[in-house]
Structures are given as C-alpha cells and as structure tokens.
Design a protein around this ligand. Structure first.
Ligand code: ZN
Ligand code: ZN
Length: 144
C-alpha cells in the first residue's frame, strides 16, 4: 500500500493540507486496514503511539481526508460510521455480528441506474450496494 500512501500524500499536498505525524499515521492506518475501521478503532490503534491524540482529532483528520477526496465515509444509521480509503469502485459485504466490512469486486450496475432513473425521474449520481451476513471470523471458519 506504500504507493497508495505516496499518492494520497501528494494529493493532500496539492490541496494545501498540512501534514502532521498524526495525520500521516491515520491515513496510513486507513490505507493498510482491510476492515473499514470506525473513528474509535483508529483512535484505539494509534493511541499508544500518540498519547495526546483525542477521538476528536481523529474525526477532524477524517473530515479533512473526506473533503480532499481521499476517504469515503460509510454511514450505518445510528451505529458508528466506517471509513474507507479505497476510492476505486467496489462493493461491501457487512458482517452483522462484528460490523466489519470486506471489499468485493463486481461489474458496475448500470442497469440499476437506468431503471431507477426511468421509474423515479431522478438523475442518478451514485448508488451503494451492500451484502449482509456473517464474516469468516465470526462463523469460526478461517479462510486462507
Ligand atoms: Zn464478523
Ligand atoms: Zn471498501
């Protein structure tokens, strides 16, 4: 993921965002993480490295990344948002037990956009598709 981090850092530079050690650590943690962590997860993982960092700092940095187009926020009603630093087109499988999110690839669903536009008159700009179930860690089956 090193190349991705370099790219992200270069992009931040062009937007004039100042890089701090914490900001760097949060971004690289997100890029390495495959589980789409919550702000709390990020805070807990980095708190030993940055004892002075608060959850609010994590949130503020995430906001900067979202505004810079580097991170996507995934909202789930009342439960905590999760954050994804993979901005490529992909879909999510959500674990109903632990809340972890896994990525999967599938061709773009243009049919859905066309059908939705036809039936509602909307100009469709985006769509979000997720599957729900129990992840391998929670079913006890470890996939290798
Ligand atoms: Zn799970
Ligand atoms: Zn994702």
């Amino acid at each position: 993921m090193a190349a991705q981090l370099e790219q992200a850092l270069a992009k931040l530079k062009t937007t004039g965002v100042r890089m701090t050690p914490q900001r760097h650590a949060i971004l690289s943690f997100l890029l390495d993480s495959m589980t789409h962590p919550t702000a709390d997860d990020i805070y807990k993982s980095l708190e030993s490295k940055f004892p002075n960092m608060s959850v609010a700092t994590v949130y503020n940095n995430l906001k900067v990344f979202i505004e810079s187009g580097l991170v996507r926020e995934l909202t789930y009603g009342d439960s905590s948002s999760r954050f994804d630093a993979d901005m490529t087109d992909h879909y999510h499988a959500v674990c109903e037990v632990c809340g972890k999110i896994a990525d999967f690839e599938y061709p773009p669903l243009h049919d859905i956009e066309i059908t939705a536009a036809g039936q509602t008159g909307f100009q469709v700009s985006a769509y979000r598709l997720e599957v729900y179930g129990v992840c391998p860690g929670c079913t006890g089956i470890t996939k290798h």
